[in-house]
Write a protein that binds this ligand. Structure first.
Ligand code: BDR
Ligand code: CA
Length: 307
């Protein structure tokens, strides 16, 4: 399979940080076209700053970073979460960015890149609320058939979220999730179904602590506080899949998201049984449901050892 030529759309976020550092460490599998940022785990100015700090930490200041949407489509403000620390990256010591934020809006960057590059050569990976990609689709629908693949962390097809009926990225901007899910891009979903299967345990900390570079040390420091509240590195499965798709298995389903009801805001609905599909629902998403957690963590640690 040719390497992915990737736009990584994110809201770092401690698990975003791991996902990004993993992607940046695998240039033979992932060519980074750019990082686009969105409001989510923290407000936009912080997520865009964090993305640039992570590029500096990875020694990749040449990766262009764009700021995108500062709020969800239907609400004046997002609802950031505290699990990532005040600054979104566990409040640990990190290098200052080595490169400025690029001029221009992330939505325009997505459109320009997908329209400029040869058809079916650009992959999108969304690991935050999907506001940027949704608005790109609304502004320029011709990007849809040109995208090679969309890989996203969001939703919960076959299980409930623990403290809400929905997963954070879908909850944060369900209208954006609806626009993206129903657009017709070939898409692979990494929801809570899969992220709950790979929990960080003390052995992972030992192996991370055994890596000597400044980047693994910073990541381990970030993870310590985060994992005490949420032991799942949700976003990392999405970039691990771009590197090693064979680690994952799933089912084809029709996936949709609730975007009108305040009671069930962001709830994922997956239809995959033969009677459901016979009733007229077309499959639109590959929902990842299985992985080998040990092999997943091996992959993550092998690539992070490159720093
Ligand atoms: C998602 O919510 C965010 O807090 C994480 O970064 C991840 O993208 C998990 O539900
Ligand atoms: Ca995220």
């Amino acid at each position: 399979m040719p390497p992915h030529r990737l736009i990584l759309d994110c809201d770092p976020g401690v698990d975003d940080a791991f996902a990004m550092m993993l992607a940046f460490a695998a240039p033979e599998k992932i060519e980074m076209l750019g990082v686009t940022c969105v409001a989510g785990n923290r407000p936009l100015d912080q997520t865009a700053y964090n993305a640039r700090r992570l590029c500096a930490l990875a020694g990749r200041p040449e990766i262009p970073v764009y700021a995108g949407c500062a709020r969800p489509i239907m609400w004046a403000e997002g609802e950031p979460v505290d699990v990532h620390g005040k600054d979104g990256l566990g409040d640990v010591s990190l290098p200052e960015p080595k490169a400025p934020l690029r001029d221009g809006h992330a939505v325009q960057f997505i459109i320009d890149t997908v329209m400029r590059e040869p058809e079916k050569t650009v992959t999108l990976c969304c690991i935050g609320p999907m506001t940027n990609l949704a608005l790109a689709i609304v502004m320029e629908p011709r990007i849809v058939p040109r995208i090679r693949e969309l890989v996203f962390m969001g939703g919960a097809a076959f299980r409930m979220a623990m403290y809400r009926v929905s997963e954070f990225n879908f909850y944060s901007d369900p209208h954006a999730a609806h626009i993206v899910l129903s657009a017709g891009i070939p898409q692979t979903m990494f929801g809570l179904d899969i992220t709950y299967q790979a929990e960080v345990n003390p052995g992972i900390f030992q192996r991370l602590d055994a890596l000597t570079g400044p980047a693994p040390k910073a990541l381990a420091d970030m993870l310590r506080t985060y994992a005490s509240m949420d032991p799942r590195l949700h976003d990392v499965v999405a970039t691990a899949y771009l590197i090693e798709p064979g680690l994952f298995d799933g089912v084809e389903a029709h996936v949709s998201v609730e975007y009108t009801s305040p009671t069930t805001r962001g709830l994922t609905v997956a239809r995959w049984t033969p009677p459901q599909l016979a009733a007229g629902y077309q499959t639109n998403t590959r929902v990842i449901t299985k992985t080998d957690p040990a092999a997943f963590f091996d992959l993550m640690l092998t690539y992070l050892a490159r720093y």
